[in-house]
Ligand binder design. Structure first.
Ligand SMILES: Nc1nc2c(ncn2[C@@H]2O[C@H](COP(=O)(O)OP(=O)(O)O)[C@@H](O)[C@H]2O)c(=O)[nH]1
Ligand SMILES: [Mg+2]
Length: 599
């Protein structure tokens, strides 16, 4: 199926043409039929000579209903521009064409209608000249009469040729279905319709709806009036949603593949075409089927920042248009450059930003995004419309498939130069920490994460390179869990003085002489260079095994006093030493307080 939208001034015969081609009534409302005028979008379809199907989105031509027209053409990449032979080029001919041009629509036909009423020549010449100057370029032209049917066979074959020129839809892309109608069907519940421009929808799919906490589920699908299990782009579809109240969604909402779109109310865009020098400060942004008021902040000569009245699921590269609703005037087309732009708080930030934007063209560019954002998760980039290479399933990123060098940890991607700088900074921070905390075995990972302003611990871990290493939640030089210099010297003195009487512990005041304050003792104990029996009671670490050997030589069981004498020590050491041996299971205390060595 391919989808084409009509465009053109009111009463030029758009609906008559669609009716004649399809045998279906595009004017759905009683009021439309009573007034003989299209107010809202109409939908109809027919089979072409090739056997293919064309679906029409028939738009209103009246100037009051241009917003409805834009909701219809927004998601449709091809147009049937209708001009009446007897009336020629008119204001909404021009406004509709300007809208198509702003949206970058590149495929279309010119149909000169009411050819039974006047020579189609002049209208054709004028319209072709106008169209040639837009994104549509030179278009094929067919003159028809909706009344007599003249020209309709030629138009059908021209539609076939147009269909053949359209680029193939990308059916693996995520779904962004802009809703153009929503209604309730008795017994089925809420139904929405839209033009599926890319991707695939299946009954049972879960989809995201902006503002809804829960995913919505596809209960049924219709295309061309028939129920189907699946619909593939390009298609006009009607989607029946399970358990979604009708008032939850309407025109301008979008049903999305979950996790694949960034909802943003701030975008930096390039104005396309001939941007007016004095753009009003408030305009309406039309994109997809949505129309949202925006505040415009000029940045560069053709770049502006838009603050949206409500967030939309926009991607880098999206085309949209700005319209001045008061003046009935398409103010210009826009191409989205950045859907997550930085705040402009500092002085000069706007100027700097304009320079950055001058370099962007709306084509997603991974290396450029990394250079600007420095560090970002793959999922966040994907949600902006920046592909990070192959993906598996619903946006899950296969690490190996991402551009070499960009992944630094988990699904984090970094700009290579920034990552090198972070590595250097980490080395400096660790060295400074070691100077300031000579007794600690390295810098805690969380302290490092904060100092480097990193959003995730795994990034710190990934930055640690030899000779640094991670140990017990700290980053230090390899061997940082060995003794700091002053402590090592103090332990050496203990060894020299007490090596031959290993169960004598230095008295509290002597510890100070040896250079062992509480912090030094703590460091020595953590490093296993001293054994702490109690406050200020420390032995060399080999004392435990030696003690067990000595005690095993005593007649069993033995008393505290016998142990004290055999170890040649005092109660100050013997009591906690035996208790420690008990706890470790090397000795056992009997009910009469005597002990045995457990063998
Ligand atoms: N004679 C003649 N009248 C036409 C033709 N096409 C449309 N009309 C009439 O022009 C009027 C407007 O047509 P309509 O299709 O509603 O125009 P729309 O506003 O562009 O959709 C109606 O009265 C039609 O009957 C045509 O090819 N020949
Ligand atoms: Mg009409």
């Amino acid at each position: 199926m391919f989808v084409v939208a009509t465009a053109g001034h009111v009463d030029h015969g758009k609906s008559t043409l669609v009716r004649a081609l399809t045998g279906m009534e595009p004017d759905r409302w009683a009021e439309e039929r009573r007034r003989g005028m299209t107010i809202d979008l109409g939908f109809a379809w027919t089979t072409l000579p090739s056997g293919g199907t064309v679906a029409f989105v028939d738009v209103p031509g009246h100037e009051r209903f241009v917003p409805n027209m834009l909701a219809g053409v927004g998601p449709v990449p091809a147009a049937l521009i209708v001009v009446a032979a007897d009336e020629g080029w008119m204001p909404q001919s021009a406004e509709h064409l300007a809208a198509l041009d702003a949206l970058g629509v590149a495929y279309g036909l010119l149909v000169v209608t009411r050819a039974d009423l006047a020579d189609p020549g002049p209208a054709t010449a004028h319209a072709r000249a106008e169209i040639a100057a837009t994104s549509l370029g030179a278009v094929e032209t067919v003159a028809v009469s909706g009344l007599t049917g003249a020209g309709l066979p030629e138009l059908r074959t021209a539609l076939d040729r147009l269909a053949a020129r359209l680029p193939a839809p990308i059916v693996d892309d995520p779904v962004r279905l802009w809703v153009d109608r929503s209604f309730t069907v008795r017994g089925s519940g809420t139904v929405v319709t839209g033009t599926l421009g890319a991707g695939r929808l299946r009954v049972g799919d879960e989809l995201e709806l902006a503002g809804a906490d829960e995913p919505v589920r596809v209960r049924g699908l219709h295309a061309l009036g028939e129920a189907r299990p699946e619909a593939t782009a390009v298609a006009r579809v009607a989607v029946n949603l399970r358990g979604t109240p009708r008032d939850r969604l309407g025109r301008g909402d979008a049903l999305l593949t979950p996790g694949r779109f960034h909802h943003t109310d701030l975008v930096d865009v390039r104005l396309t075409g001939d941007p007016a020098a004095d753009l009003p400060a408030t305009l309406t942004l039309h994109v997809g089927s949505a129309a949202v008021p925006v505040r415009v902040r000029p940045l560069g000569p053709d770049t502006v920042r838009l603050r949206l009245a409500r967030p939309l699921p926009l991607l880098v590269g999206d085309r949209a248009l700005l319209r001045d609703p008061g003046r009935h005037h398409v103010a210009g087309g826009v191409r989205v450059l950045d859907v997550a732009p930085p705040p402009l708080a500092r002085r000069g930030a706007a100027v700097a930003r304009a320079q950055v934007l001058a370099e962007l063209d709306g084509r997603p560019d991974l290396a450029g995004e990394l250079r600007r954002r420095r560090l970002i998760q793959a999922g966040a980039l994907i949600r902006m419309g920046v592909p990070v290479q192959a993906e598996s399933g619903a946006g899950a990123v296969k690490a190996g498939a991402i551009k070499a060098g960009a992944v630094v940890a988990g699904d984090w991607l970094a700009d290579p130069a920034h990552w090198r700088r972070l590595g250097d900074q980490l080395t400096e921070e660790v060295a400074r920490y070691a100077r300031d905390h000579p007794l600690e075995p390295g810098m805690p990972v969380d302290a490092l994460r904060q100092r480097l302003a990193l959003p995730d611990r795994v990034l710190v871990e990934a930055l640690v390179r030899p000779p640094l290493r991670m140990h017990a939640g700290r980053v230090g030089a390899a061997g940082a869990d060995a003794l700091p210099e002053p402590v090592a010297r103090a332990v050496q003195r203990v060894r020299a003085e007490y090596g031959d009487r290993p169960f004598r512990a230095p008295e509290a005041d002597h510890l100070v002489d040896l250079g062992l304050g509480p912090r030094e003792i703590g460091a020595a104990v953590r490093a296993g260079a001293l054994l702490r029996l109690a406050d200020n009671v420390v032995l060399l670490p080999d004392a435990l095994d030696d003690a067990v050997r000595v005690l095993a030589g005593l007649p069993q069981p033995f008393t505290l006093s016998a142990a004290r004498q055999a170890l040649d020590t005092t109660r100050r050491v013997a009591v906690p030493l035996l208790e420690l041996l008990d706890r470790r299971g090397a000795t056992r205390r009997l009910p009469d307080d005597a002990r045995i060595v457990v063998t």
